[in-house]
Design a protein around this ligand. Structure first.
Ligand code: KG4
Ligand code: ZN
Length: 348
C-alpha cells in the first residue's frame, strides 16, 4: 500500500501543505507566502499572520491534495508542525490537521519545525551518507546539527544572538532595502564588490561552533553612519549600495562557511546538507561548493523551495514518526518554544 503523508505548516508566515509518498517523493508542495502582508512592518505581525492562515488554509489543503491527485481517504497520516512558532499561527495548522485526522480516521503526527529543516537533506537525497552535518539557517533559527540517523540529531552549535536570516533582514532595513532582507541583499550584492568594506567575522572561541551576528549588524550601522557623524540624508544607492550589500552578505556567508569547515574537522561527518530560508542564498551555495576544506563531504543542496518553510519537510519527518510509532493524539498542543536542543557540544 502507498504511504501518503499530508504535511501542514503554519508556524510563521507561510501557509503550506504538501503530499509526500514513502517519506521522500514530493507529489505536491503548495506554499502561500504572506510576505506582501508583512512588508510594511518589516517583520511578521503575529495577529495578521494567524488571520491570513485561517483564510488560506482550506484552499491550500485542497490544492495540495489536487496537485498530488489524492483524496483525504487515500492518505496514510496527517503531519503538522506543532512547535516552535507563533501560537496563533501554529493553532490554525493544528486545528486543520486534527479535524482531518478525526473526520477521516487517520493518525496524527506532531512535527518539530526545526527538526524538519534539519532533515531536509533526506528529501533531496534519501540515502544521505551518515553521519551528516546539517546547517539550519532561517529567520528564526541558526544552528548546526550532526545527524547520526533519521530522528537522532545532536546540536553542535547555535546562535547566541540573531539568526542569520534575522541579521540579513535587519541589515537590509539599515540599507533601505525591502523585507525580507535575504533576497533583497542577494539581488543588490550581484553587482557589488564584496571587498570594499571590511566587516567583522565573529567566530567566537577557536573551537566554538556557535554563531553571533549582532556585531556584524552594528558594524554595518557604523559604516553607514560613523559615530558622531550626522544622520545620512538618504539611504545608500548605486555602486555604494551594491558594495555594502555584497560586503555584508560575504561576511555573513564567510562565517557560515568557516563554521561548517570547523564542524567538518571536528566530526566524522560524511555529508553536508542545508535547510532554512538562508540556504536559498546563491553566494552561500557557491562558496560551499568551492570550499577546499569541505571537499571530503558529499554536499547536498536541496531545491530552494524545500529550504524555506514548506509542508514537504513536515510530511517527510512525519513519515519517520509514523514508522517509529510516534503517533500523537488529538490532545496534541501548540508549543511556542523549540524542543530542548541539548547543550552545544564542542568536539576536538
Ligand atoms: O525558513 P524561512 O522561510 O522561515 C523561517 O523559519 O524563518 O526563512 C526566512 C529567512 C528570512 O530571514 C529571509 O530573509 C531569508 O530566509 N532568505 C534568504 C534568501 N531567501 C530567504 N536569505 C539569503 N538569501 C536568500 N536568497
Ligand atoms: Zn523555518
Amino acid at each position: 500500500m502507498r504511504e501518503l503523508i499530508l504535511g501542514i505548516e503554519t508556524s510563521c508566515d507561510e501557509t503550506a501543505a504538501a503530499v509526500v509518498e514513502a517519506g521522500t517523493q514530493v507529489l505536491s508542495n503548495v506554499v502561500h507566502s504572506q510576505t506582501a502582508l508583512h512588508e510594511r512592518w518589516r517583520g511578521v505581525v503575529p495577529e495578521v499572520a494567524s488571520r491570513s492562515h485561517t483564510e488560506r488554509i482550506l484552499p491550500i489543503l485542497q490544492q495540495a491534495l489536487a496537485d498530488a491527485a489524492v483524496t483525504p481517504e487515500d492518505l496514510t497520516a496527517i503531519a503538522v508542525t506543532h512547535r516552535p512558532g507563533m501560537i496563533g499561527c501554529l493553532l490554525v495548522g493544528l486545528a486543520a490537521a486534527k479535524a482531518l485526522a478525526w473526520r477521516f480516521g487517520k493518525p496524527l503526527l506532531g512535527v518539530d519545525h526545526v527538526q524538519a529543516h534539519v532533515h531536509t537533506g533526506f528529501l533531496a537525497e534519501p540515502d544521505l551518507p551518515l553521519p551528516a552535518l546539517a546547517l539550519v539557517a532561517s529567520g528564526g533559527h541558526t544552528a548546526l546539527y550532526l545527524i547520526h540517523e533519521r530522528g537522532r540529531t545532536e546540536r553542535l552549535g547555535t546562535t547566541r544572538d540573531d539568526a542569520a536570516g534575522e541579521a540579513l533582514d535587519k541589515g537590509a532595513a539599515l540599507l533601505g532595502l525591502p523585507y525580507p532582507g535575504g533576497p533583497a541583499i542577494q539581488r543588490a550584492a550581484a553587482t557589488g564588490n564584496a571587498k570594499r568594506y571590511d566587516l567583522p567575522r565573529t567566530l567566537l572561541g577557536p573551537d566554538s561552533l556557535d554563531f553571533s551576528f549582532s556585531g556584524l549588524k552594528t558594524a554595518l550601522l557604523y559604516t553607514l553612519r560613523p559615530q558622531g557623524a550626522p544622520p545620512r540624508a538618504a539611504p545608500p544607492e548605486g555602486q555604494e549600495l551594491a558594495d555594502l550589500a555584497a560586503s555584508y552578505q560575504e561576511a555573513l556567508v564567510d562565517v557560515l562557511v568557516q563554521k561548517l569547515a570547523r564542524a567538518a574537522r571536528a566530526t566524522s561527518a560524511r555529508s553536508l546538507c542545508l535547510g532554512g530560508g538562508v540556504a536559498r542564498n546563491t553566494r552561500l551555495r557557491e562558496r560551499l561548493a568551492a570550499e577546499p576544506s569541505l571537499t571530503r563531504l558529499h554536499l547536498v543542496l536541496p531545491a530552494p523551495d524545500l529550504c524555506s518553510d514548506n509542508g514537504a519537510m513536515i510530511a517527510s519527518l512525519g513519515s519517520h514518526l509514523l514508522r517509529t510509532g510516534q503517533v500523537a493524539t488529538l490532545e496534541l498542543d501548540a508549543v511556542a518554544t523549540p524542543a530542548a536542543g541539548g547543550k552545544a557540544v564542542v568536539r576536538r
